[in-house]
Design a protein. Structure first.
Ligand code: ADQ
Length: 482
């Protein structure tokens, strides 16, 4: 990767920070964010230098970052984390309201949930400006910026205005909706124009790219070169492409092979065997886009239509509450708990619980061990940019015995063609696919899993980073030569 030739030139910009400091009764607790992007970009910055800029959201973040800078990783400092501090009003407007109650539901095509207001947008813009000013102050001359997601849509244009010497790649992690829906965002033109400040604009799927190009054509009346994915805005050229995000399959394979995790996996398998059941796993944040309630309806249909699976399959739902400051998210979780209790009362008995749910975050190695132990994974998102859980499950299936049931509406469905696909709003189809999956031969399962594992081996998170960073590097070189 050419980035290694320019150590220290990359600045990563995200809403969520890679290292968080929280106050506890026992003093300050350091937490590391566990998402796929953090676990891939953090080692890159540790190796080649650079810096990370993010919202300092931890309760002890100010204390541990004199002048807003914290060297990380805390135990072995390698690069600076620049924390952008936000007021409670900014957090409410930028994060909870405009990002999570506006852009998030609209991008997932759930228009009834989307709420916009000029006041929230004003705070969203103010925070994007804060990020841009901060990056403008610290980015090296002719450096490269890699910014992320729907929280920072205005950032690329702002940084271009402040620092025309830097090259900017921005990656949009969630779906980009068709223009007929996107135009419902009262600030759709500002949002699209903001993103056009980037040199490289990445989306999860070709469909997202297509929808974005339409927003540029129809919303801004700017012509686009669809074949090349290029937009010329005055003298500035933007390249728009799909870069499907992925996982570190080799690390997952190693994780599930460690003696500790092997023992954990064996323990779970033995317990399941004792009760004569196979495990079907789902792992999500408690978010309405993940289709948790619709999933329960489909499971109900499955047990109603195919009683032969009673006492044979137990669904294990690992769910971590998220965005609990938003009322709808708290309600969703409560509804989920009620619906699972109803399901268990309807079908369960003293010897068998049809659905077990675990309400917490599970550490990564154990989670991967659970994936290995499970015979089925059920991913039923109503809409999902990619869905890393699907790719993690496949990666952990080193015994080639599991079956992935995957919503057509997750970005991952475009790549994982050997999964059992379904429409998440069709409980009958989900039930039928579960039944079909249960009847597959072990040879068929192995063939499907092997083919998907091979695909992921050739499209890892490191390939994702390398493709974006290489494209960014080329732009940075042309800027440096000017
Ligand atoms: P998310 O909506 O968070 O990400 P996803 O891609 O599934 O969705 O990633 C979730 C991650 O959190 C996975 O790595 C998963 O293992 C982990 N996780 C979830 N619940 C957990 C639990 N209870 N315990 C431990 N770990 C848990 C957004 C977009 C996605 C896109 C990603 C990456 O919405 O569509 O795939 O970004 O671009």
């Amino acid at each position: 990767m050419a980035l290694e030739d320019h150590p220290g030139s990359l600045v990563v910009v995200t809403n969520r920070e890679p290292y968080i400091d929280e106050k506890t009764n026992q003093g300050i607790r350091r937490l590391q964010s566990a998402g796929g992007v953090v676990s891939a970009l953090d080692p890159l910055l540790q190796r080649s230098g650079g810096a990370w800029v993010a919202w300092g959201s931890g309760s002890a973040d100010r204390e541990t970052a004199p002048r807003g800078i914290r060297m990380v990783p805390p135990n072995q400092p390698k690069y600076p984390l620049h924390r952008v501090f936000l007021s409670p009003e900014e957090i409410a407007g930028y994060y909870n309201r405009y990002s999570n109650q506006g852009l998030w539901p609209l991008s997932h095509m759930l228009i009834e949930r989307a709420q916009f207001s000029r006041e929230a947008f004003h705070l969203y813009r103010r925070v994007n400006q804060k990020f841009a000013r901060r990056v403008a102050q610290m980015a090296p001359r002719n450096g490269s910026i890699f910014s992320h997601d729907y929280h920072l849509a205005l950032f690329p244009r702002m940084i271009r205005e402040l620092r025309p010497d830097v090259a900017v790649a921005h990656f949009w992690h969630i779906p980009w909706p068709p223009f007929t829906l996107f135009r419902l965002c009262p600030q759709h033109q500002e949002i699209t124009r903001g993103l056009l400040g980037a040199d490289i604009l990445g989306f999860q799927t070709p469909q997202d790219v297509d929808n974005f190009l339409t927003a540029v054509e129809r919303g801004l009346k700017i012509p686009v070169d669809r074949a090349q994915g290029i937009i010329q805005v005055g003298t500035h050229r933007v390249t728009v492409r799909d870069y499907p995000i992925s996982v570190d399959i080799t690390a997952i394979e190693q994780m599930v092979k460690t003696p500790r995790i092997q023992r954990w996996t064996e323990g779970i398998r033995k317990r399941a065997l004792k009760h004569g059941v196979s495990l079907a796993i789902s792992v999500d944040r408690a978010d309405y886009t993940k289709g948790l309630l619709q999933r329960l309806e489909a499971i109900d249909k499955f047990f109603a239509r195919y009683p032969e699976h009673h006492r044979r399959i137990t669904f294990l739902q690992v769910v971590v509450p998220t965005r609990t400051e938003v009322r709808e998210y708290r309600r969703l979780y409560d509804q989920f708990v009620d619906a699972s209790a109803r399901l268990n009362n309807k079908y369960g008995d003293a010897a068998w619980t049809p659905l077990i749910h675990i309400r917490r975050s599970i550490d990564r190695p154990r989670l991967m061990g659970l994936f290995r132990a499970a015979e089925y994974a059920l991913v039923s998102s109503l809409f999902d940019g990619m869905n890393l859980v699907a790719k993690e499950f496949i990666s952990a299936q080193i015994d080639n015995r599991g079956v992935l049931l995957l919503s057509d509406m997750a970005g991952a469905a475009q790549e994982l063609g050997e999964a059992f696909h379904f429409n998440p709003l069709d409980p009958d189809e989900v039930a039928e696919q579960l039944h079909r999956a249960a009847l597959t031969t072990s040879a068929d399962r192995a063939r499907r899993i092997e083919s998907m594992r091979e695909h992921i081996h050739h499209h890892t998170i490191y390939d994702w980073i390398a493709h974006i960073v290489e494209a960014l590097d080329e732009v940075a070189d042309t800027y440096a030569a000017r």
